[in-house]
Design a binder for this molecule. Structure first.
Ligand SMILES: [Zn+2]
Ligand SMILES: [Zn+2]
Length: 387
């Protein structure tokens, strides 16, 4: 990064005669320039910075400026900021111990001119950040707490058992001859064994026949090569792009130090391209296997009987089962179901809910009118009941 530095003279306006754009460069033999029209010495705060800004090119370099190109000029420009006389308001060079205009001592006069600063904007942006953090944090905390409250909220309410229901079902099944089919490879002829008291049977496989080819599954197989293309992208370097960036600082005495730097950046663009290659091509074909018909036996539904009831009498130890078939080649399959209904009084009216009961012993321990406690969720849903 290349850097160039030069000292340039600003321009000022005469407040006495309204002559504008006078160079701040001190003429030979003088420390201050004078107005070429009325002879008024250069004044401070005379619009130098504005003249500078109007003469900048796109990089910020000041065009057409008078450059401090002699040792004498550089010495004046780098001696420090001018000071303003507190008694007469006259402008004086940094090195002057006394005012050129009225002779007052510098100690009696004002401090060197203020070049300005950015302390105030920094302070106010700090305040803005603090305010932003406060406004975001408070609502977050509030909502987080509310959410926790709703999901964990439950109520413990008293309830009553208002209904009881039980049902005993018996499915009757008969072992009957059947004709079915299967893949030949898994079939082995074996004799059927009849059940004794509804158990110990084996369906058997007999008279395997009528075998035919059937679709079993599809198989993938290599069938040559194919050219496959994939879209890809890559970053292409466009090289370095450099440009000059200039800035000026006010020396407080009509001169400015201009600093120009070469700022470079690497730019690139995305290029899309296709990448192709040969790869094995796969085709699909049907694999057929032999499917055969054969004779066997199976259990077939032959009717259903059931008994059900409500509140069992106190002291009941066994609820009855319906009568069941007892013919040869028959079996029975029992199923049982026990349900209890709770009613929970609530502000919005009583709420009833049916629940399954684990087994008969548990069911026989329940009575109509029995008090329970129910855990109820946020929306009135019953989560659990404690008896
Ligand atoms: Zn003038
Ligand atoms: Zn003075």
């Amino acid at each position: 990064m290349a850097r160039t530095t030069r000292i340039i003279w600003g321009k000022w306006d005469c407040s006495t005669c309204s002559t504008k754009g006078i160079s701040a460069e001190p003429p030979p033999g003088e420390t201050q320039p004078r107005c070429p029209h009325c002879g008024n010495p250069r004044e401070q705060n005379a619009g130098e910075a504005a003249y500078l800004d109007n003469a900048r090119d796109s990089s910020g370099r000041v065009l057409g400026a008078n450059v401090a190109d002699t040792a004498r000029e550089v010495a004046i420009a780098t001696a420090g900021a001018d000071w303003t006389c507190g008694r007469c308001g006259g402008d004086n060079r940094a090195g002057n111990p006394q005012c050129d205009g009225c002779g007052a001592s510098r100690n009696d006069a004002l401090a060197p001119r203020n070049l300005g600063g950015s302390a105030l904007p920094l302070l106010s942006s700090g305040k803005g950040l603090a305010a932003l953090i406060l406004t975001v944090m408070v609502p977050l905390g509030g909502w987080g707490g509310f959410h926790l409250y709703t999901t964990n909220y439950t109520q413990d309410l008293p309830g009553t058992i208002t209904s009881l229901h039980w049902q005993h079902t018996v499915d009757l099944q008969t072992f009957v001859p059947a004709t079915t089919g299967d893949w030949h490879a898994g079939l082995v002829e074996s004799p059927a064994v009849m059940p004794v008291n509804g158990a110990g049977e084996s369906p058997g496989v007999a008279d395997i026949r009528d075998c035919e080819q059937r679709h079993h599954h599809d198989e993938q197989y290599a069938c040559g090569t194919e050219n496959v293309c994939v879209q890809k992208s890559r970053s292409v370097d466009d090289g370095q792009d450099c440009h000059e960036v200039c800035s000026t600082s006010d020396n407080g005495n009509g001169s400015f130090t201009e600093t120009c730097d070469d700022v470079c950046s690497t730019s690139s663009h995305t290029e899309y391209y296709e990448e192709c290659h040969d790869q094995t091509k796969y085709c699909s074909r049907s694999i057929d296997l032999e499917w055969c018909t054969y004779d066997t036996w199976r259990w077939e539904a032959a009717g259903q009987v059931e008994l059900h009831g409500e509140d069992p009498a106190p002291g009941t130890t066994d609820l009855p089962w319906p009568g069941q078939g007892s013919g040869e080649l028959q079996r029975t399959v029992r199923s049982e179901d026990y349900q209890v209904e709770y009613t929970i009084p609530e502000e919005t009216g009583p709420k009833t809910t049916w629940d399954p009961v684990a087994d008969q012993a548990d069911f026989l321990g329940l009575r109509l009118g029995q008090k329970v406690r129910a855990t109820v969720g946020w929306e009135g849903n019953v989560l659990s009941v404690h008896r």
